[in-house]
Design a protein around this ligand. Structure first.
Ligand code: SAM
Length: 340
């Protein structure tokens, strides 16, 4: 919401619909907003948003009711209008429709997919359809969520190379917002991988300088290619380097951004028990007092233990987020002055 308010204005342009928190049960990472037409393009430029979906609601008890003549026509019209708006705003076209719903292979859902596809003159493609429509029940009816772009907004055009454990680019951008560094920030990104955090920071702040490093030369080559594709290679320098001993001088940085290995796709839980304390000690050494460490990890217990008791950090933000099948922890820590 922070980026939304900063870019679009808190009150006038957008209105949050407090009764309507979408997303999956138990998750509050999707919010419903009323977006006036002139703000639609700006909404699609938000960098912390994973995807924009148009919400179509129908007060029917069962999806079968959507297939009756009148509703079916209304549905097709609503979807066609949503697609026309989306295409006008982003310029991107769709090639096929994909319906995502519980029981997608049932007769009713198959007929629903066919009716929707017919309404927009597209074929149905269950695997590669880029007009993604999610159908799900609500307390008082059924809702269709129509993704307004062929790819999620989190899929960045700069990503010409990927690595195992690559961070979602929208989450990377959100970390930058949460840390709220000064303009022209001097930052480091240990465990750079494909460079997601470094590149998103450099795109958000045109004067930022980021030193990325990673133990793996292939990751470094990948991050460099991505940085070049993003047009930030002059400000994002990625080198082979070990997060156990940084090249950066004492108190030389305003910000450290990191997603150290979580011990599943990359690294091991055992290795992390040695890696994490060293990483935190190096971040504390290299940050100036008041500088911040913004990081995301799925090593919850290990991290909790490392932050327990007095130490060099003040917790500024502390929240759990969703990332793929994980529920990692996002932390923004501020480096205390040595005698604080
Ligand atoms: C979770 S991945 C980072 C993903 C990255 N943010 C991205 O979006 O692609 C962790 C990275 O840490 C690197 N790594 C593991 N141990 C390291 C160490 N001791 N020093 C530096 N990098 C290390 C791995 O090579 C891997 O690229």
């Amino acid at each position: 919401m922070r980026e939304l308010h900063a870019r679009l204005g808190a009150g006038s342009a957008l209105r949050r619909d407090p009764a309507r928190v979408l997303g999956r049960p138990g998750r509050e990472d999707a919010v419903a907003l009323r977006v006036p037409r002139p703000s639609l393009a700006a909404v699609h430029e938000l960098r912390t948003v994973v995807a924009v979906q148009r919400v179509l609601r129908y007060p029917v008890p069962r999806p079968k009711a959507l297939l009756g003549d009148a509703l079916r026509r209304q549905l097709a019209g609503d979807l066609a209008a949503a697609v026309a708006d989306a295409t006008a705003v982003t310029g991107a076209g769709f090639t096929a429709l994909r319906l995502e719903a519980a029981g997608r292979d049932s007769d009713v859902m198959r007929r629903l997919a066919a009716a929707l596809a017919e309404g927009v003159g597209l074929p149905v493609d269950d695997d590669d359809g880029d007009l993604v429509v999610r159908a799900r029940p609500e307390a008082d009816g059924w809702v269709l969520l129509v993704r307004t772009t062929p790819r999620p907004l989190a899929t960045r055009p700069w990503r010409v190379c990927d690595r195992p454990g690559g961070l979602n680019a929208s989450l990377a951008a959100a970390l930058g917002w949460l840390a709220s560094p000064p303009a022209g920030v001097r930052a480091a990104n240990p465990f750079a991988g494909s460079g997601t955090l470094a590149i998103e920071l450099a795109l958000a702040d045109r004067r930022a300088r980021v030193a990325g490093f990673d133990l793996d030369p292939e990751a470094v080559a990948c991050a460099r290619r991505n940085a070049a594709a993003a047009g930030v290679a002059d400000r994002v320098e990625v080198e082979v380097g070990d997060a156990v001993g940084w090249r950066q001088g004492d108190a030389s940085l305003d910000l450290v951004l990191a997603d150290p290995p979580w011990g599943d796709a990359v690294g091991s839980r055992r290795g992390n028990r040695a890696l994490y304390p060293t990483f935190l000690a190096e971040a504390a050494r290299c940050l100036r007092p008041g500088g911040r460490l913004a990081w995301v990890t799925h090593e919850i217990e290990l991290t909790r233990g490392l932050l327990a008791g007095p130490g060099p950090w003040r917790v500024v933000h502390d929240r759990r987020v969703w990332h793929g099948g994980h529920h990692p922890w996002v932390l923004v820590l501020e480096r205390r002055a040595p005698r604080d």
